[in-house]
Design a binder for this molecule. Sequence first.
Ligand code: CMC
Length: 428
Amino acid sequence: MSETAEIRVGDQVIELPVVTGTENEKGIDIRKLRDQTGYITFDSGYKNTGATSSAITFLDGEKGILRYRGYPIEQLAEKSTFLEVAYLLIYGELPTQAEFADWSEKITRHTLIHEDMKEFFEAFPRKAHPMGVLASNLISLSTFYPESLDPDREEEKVDLTIKRLIAKISTIAAWSHKNSVGHPVVYPKNKYNYTENFLNMMFSVPTEDYEPDPVVVKALDQLLILHADHEQNCSTSTVRIVGSSRANLYASIAAGVSALWGPLHGGANQAVIEMLENIQADGGGMQKWIDKAKDKNDPFRIMGFGHRVYKNFDPRATIIKKSCDDVLQKLGVQDPILDLAKQLEHVALNDDYFKERNLYPNVDFYSGIIYKAIGIPTEMFTVMFAMGRLPGWIAQWKEMIADKEPIGRPRQIYTGPTERAYKPMSGR
Ligand code: CMC
């Protein structure tokens, strides 16, 4: 017999079905709750709310497990490439050699962006944050490809949009950087693989030859893999909810980029480096900052620490911490910020406040140090996260459309004034 749960509301007891996932995750299906009782569930921040069922990513926050389509993140980070992982997330299986050759050839062929879009980059102020430039240009793509706006159109059209997005995000990202430093943009080159091409567009200048360093290529590719999906987080849920209105994929992804920007989410990688630089410049020692983070009247938090779902360790942080040491060593970079990060981690992990709340370094604690070592400016860190997360957003959007999910529309508990009569302005 299938499992059920009972809820008592006043004198009424109702029986609700239990849904079970393939990893034995359980949820109480409350879809009939309001119809049967008039009550809704109340869960600000969706801490206990399953908004969907999904076959893409499995995450066990207590055990520190993360798998894409069943494959452990540790194996993917070591053995695969970002484009291979993107294919896995979007189409459900690792590609064969022939499938991969076709996939990467198509992505390579779509990296060029419409020449008219260059004017958008020129029109942005030099100081524009690259996340604003990225989000604006991604939504602009919808104006250049109106034929791919309908998410329910033939699969082929949707598939073309997917390839365009993955291909063009790297060009848009690199150009947003070139714009901020006032350098001419660098066009994509088909001789490079995905990650090499991005690095070339970022770092190539007319005055010097540039060849992407294999150590840097590997490190960046791995970071993109580690960011590629993370089930129902703030930006991914945003993509799904925007897409649920049947808004087009470009619009849904641009909304995801905007959600990612915040410092509590993807923006944390930028915030970590800025925090470490502040601590270094302050010179007042570590304890002062730990105390600030613990003080409820002080808004300061240790950026890159804590996670909504990981309560023991973030498996991505474990991989990144190791590769951070490797990359810095291979590149011969000595960064005092890395020592500071290690000190801060050590002090925090031995402090009762952090221990009691299960606060550990997350993926963003060390990723910024690698980005910094390979020359990516701090303001670009969250853009790197967005590039990595794009295949995950697309996979989640595609699944949501295929499953014909209804439009997302939460309820609320109203706490404002009860009905009152309008009074004209004078003497209100
Ligand atoms: N520094 C100090 N205290 C913290 C921190 C922190 N980084 N994170 C959480 N806490 C405290 C918080 O004050 C609260 O204490 P109390 O129970 O006494 O009120 C307790 O820990 C639980 O925190 P919460 O805010 O209720 O937890 P949450 O699940 O709502 O928030 C989080 C998760 C990631 C937003 C939060 O830990 C945070 O703000 N961390 C810093 C920002 C950050 O690194 N974000 C990147 C997340 S990983 C990348 C991604 O996938 O987005």
